[in-house]
Design a protein around this ligand. Structure first.
Ligand SMILES: Cc1cc2nc3c(=O)[nH]c(=O)nc-3n(C[C@H](O)[C@H](O)[C@H](O)COP(=O)(O)OP(=O)(O)OC[C@H]3O[C@@H](n4cnc5c(N)ncnc54)[C@H](O)[C@@H]3O)c2cc1C
Length: 378
């Protein structure tokens, strides 16, 4: 049986993360919404608060707080800004494969710089050919002497224009069954971010495309060994990627609940707050039950990882449950606000738009159910 009672240190960290989100991130939200930018400012805040250090082991200068620490930070940041949480979650997704599969040289080269935010990573797997089917990807590599030459294009990449270290999945030009993960760095000839997406929600979270044209990557930048790319990238997405989305979804659910309770206490109809109406109370109850159930799934999966186990299946279940629940919560929050729920200046309209962007990231709900069904019959 896995126990995941929060330690005193984790409780204190939650308090600090909440204060950080409310005082340092919240002020940037209106500008992020208006301009679909502002990422440099929030990344600077995250670095100053040592948020990038959370999962990195102490021997590389980090705080070594594991999956639980990361989930706590994400939940508190997403409660204030899902866009910021999403960028933070994908930096964590980039850190994970280097921690797990990197050589000692790679860990020493990158991890201490990630701690300070001096350098930042992302993971680029998805291509226009379809994210659910990574084997259908068309980015290729060819071994030329001691290097590899990469060609291709990736889309929907979080932090595409911020991360200067990008872990790219490519297939062998001469053997379409062989995939390798490479560490690419901005500055390599032929490698650059291109288009920036304008998403319906999570505005201010950088999502875009990258392109590789005859990029020469030295052999020392192969991550996890030649031919092991699917294992490296899917393991990172399965654990850190889906675990991170759970944090984003839980924070959003809490925000929906907070705003709904506030509004239903303030809005007077028939001479009393609408919170006295049972129809409103039932919506609040549904949101609360979804949130607590999602927390149990998510924090349990994180605890399994921190105790040395593997919880990709549990994270898939938690990712499915919490991201769907976030959409339900956002719709209920909008409904509770009546006509105000259609006005852009009311936060719940942002929550509704943000909730729909949670779905596909790190794998769609259909793909989560495919994984969970496989787990159920195994
Ligand atoms: C905001 C955002 C951020 C992202 N960040 C990153 C990132 O940093 N790095 C990265 O590599 N990618 C990233 N992605 C891409 C994301 O991983 C993909 O969008 C996702 O994997 C789905 O791929 P797709 O969009 O190509 O949809 P498709 O794979 O084309 O799917 C289309 C539809 O088919 C369904 N479907 C597919 N296969 C099955 C199946 N076997 N059974 C049932 N239904 C199925 C899907 O559920 C979906 O409804 C991001 C996406 C978004 C929206």
């Amino acid at each position: 049986m896995i126990d995941f009672t929060f330690t005193e240190e984790q409780e204190l960290f939650r308090k600090a993360a909440r204060e950080f989100a409310e005082t340092k991130i919240a002020p940037h939200v209106p500008m992020m919404e208006e301009t679909n930018g502002g990422w440099d400012e929030v990344v600077k805040e995250l670095a100053e608060a040592e948020m990038f250090a959370v999962t990195i082991p102490e021997e590389y200068g980090g705080l070594g707080m594991g999956y639980m620490g990361r989930l706590i930070a994400l939940e508190e940041i997403a409660r204030v800004s899902v866009a910021t949480a999403m960028m933070y979650q994908v930096f964590g997704l980039g850190i994970e494969p280097i921690m797990k599969f990197g050589t000692e040289e790679q860990k020493k080269k990158y991890l201490p710089k990630f701690v300070t935010g001096e350098r930042l990573p992302t993971v680029a797997v998805t291509e226009p050919s379809g994210g659910s089917d990574p084997k259908g990807a068309r980015t290729t590599y060819k071994k030329v002497n001691d290097s590899y030459v990469l060609n291709g294009r990736k889309c929907f990449i979080t932090n595409s224009h911020i991360a200067d270290v990008q872990i790219v999945l490519a297939k062998d030009e001469d053997n379409p069954e062989a995939f390798t993960a490479f560490i690419l760095e901005i500055g390599m000839d032929g490698f650059k971010p291109t288009h920036i997406e304008h998403k319906v929600g999570m505005r201010g979270c950088n999502t875009g495309e990258i392109e590789m044209k005859n990029v020469e990557v030295p052999a020392e930048n192969v991550l996890g060994g030649e031919g092991k790319g699917l294992k490296v990238s899917m393991s990172a997405i399965g654990d850190a990627g889906r675990g991170g989305m759970v944090g984003c979804a839980l924070g959003l659910q809490q925000a929906c609940l907070d705003e709904s309770i506030k509004f239903s206490n303030e809005r007077i109809l028939y001479g009393k707050p609408i919170g006295k109406l049972q129809a409103i109370q039932f919506k609040i109850a549904d949101m609360k039950i979804d949130l607590e159930a999602g927390r149990l799934l998510g924090y349990r999966a994180a605890a399994i990882q921190d105790q040395g186990g593997r919880s990709s299946n549990e994270f898939a279940a938690a990712k499915y449950y919490t991201t769907e629940a976030a959409q339900r919560a956002a719709k209920m929050a909008v409904d509770i606000h009546g006509g105000y729920g259609c006005m852009e200046e009311i936060p719940v309209t942002r929550f509704l738009r943000d909730s729909y962007v949670l779905g596909p990231s790190a794998g769609t709900s259909d793909i989560m159910k495919v994984i969970v069904a496989r787990w159920a019959v195994s």
